[in-house]
Design a protein around this ligand. Structure first.
Ligand SMILES: [Zn+2]
Length: 257
């Protein structure tokens, strides 16, 4: 049996930790201190650090954790991660905690962003998707194009519906406000918003989410739905194909208040 823990860090990050009660892996440790606290409390040895992309809030604690635990670091070959690390490309596999994590390249938020997928953790697939997919949203396009991000999200959307998706920011409530603006007749979205508001009132994370859930409520996985196409065209009359509809929705979100 493996245990998955979201460790809160900074204003709204989660540093995901998975352990088998002896050994642990952590994903995107932007800060070493909260990870070290959990390792000490639960008496765990850190074996592995997985990094999805180069942003500081995902890598800031890598050196200290590597130096204090001897954990092995894996990250995207195409990005500047604190060295030394094992560079990964599409379809590479990381074996840790007795699991095989498959590397999926998901450029868009950054140009070399990767995700980690393993088909069976306690009976369900597990995905660490960094800043590519959020509940109700997706990462900003800092380095990639709308076409790249759409293709990346299509890859994640094609994973099994019961895949547990570990997103790295608690952005859900603000994402859902936007989602309702562009997908106003979506009843599932309204119900999900109420559910997430309740969780946040109780200081509970809204994550992880699942791919099936996101397909129902996430506007960035729903850009081919007629309601979303129509909303995109309201924002930008020239939005007529998959990529331009996606680009319009993403641009709208960037300026949504
Ligand atoms: Zn980022």
């Amino acid at each position: 049996m493996l245990t998955l823990i979201p460790i809160p860090a900074f204003a709204d990050n989660y540093l995901w930790l998975l352990h088998d009660s002896r050994r642990a892996l952590v994903v995107d440790p932007g800060d070493a201190t909260p990870v070290q606290q959990v390792l000490a409390e639960l008496n765990l040895k850190l074996d592995t650090i997985l990094v999805t992309h180069h942003h500081r809030d995902h890598t800031g604690g890598v050196d200290e954790l590597r130096n204090t635990t001897g954990a092995k670091v894996y990250g995207p070959a195409a990005e500047n991660i604190p060295k030394p690390f094992d560079p990964l490309d599409e379809k590479d596999v990381v074996n840790t905690l007795g699991l095989d994590f498959q590397v999926i390249e998901v450029p868009g938020h950054t140009s070399g962003h990767i995700a980690f997928y393993t088909p069976d953790v306690n009976g369900k697939p597990l995905l660490f998707c960094g800043d590519t997919l959020f509940s109700g949203g997706c990462g900003r396009l800092f380095e990639g194009t709308p076409a790249q991000m759409l293709a990346s999200l299509d890859k994640l959307a094609a994973l099994p519906g019961n895949t547990v998706a570990c997103c790295t920011h608690e952005y859900t409530l603000s994402n859902l406000r936007f989602a309702l603006a562009v997908d106003p007749d979506n009843q599932t979205l309204t119900t999900y918003q109420m559910y997430c508001e309740k969780l946040r009132e109780q200081q509970q994370p809204t994550l992880p989410t699942s791919i099936a859930q996101e397909l129902l409520i996430n506007p960035f996985l729903r850009t081919r739905q007629p309601a979303l196409v129509s909303s995109a065209q309201h924002f930008d009359a020239a939005a007529h194909d998959d990529v331009s509809v996606f680009a319009a929705i993403r641009q709208w979100k960037d300026q949504f208040k």
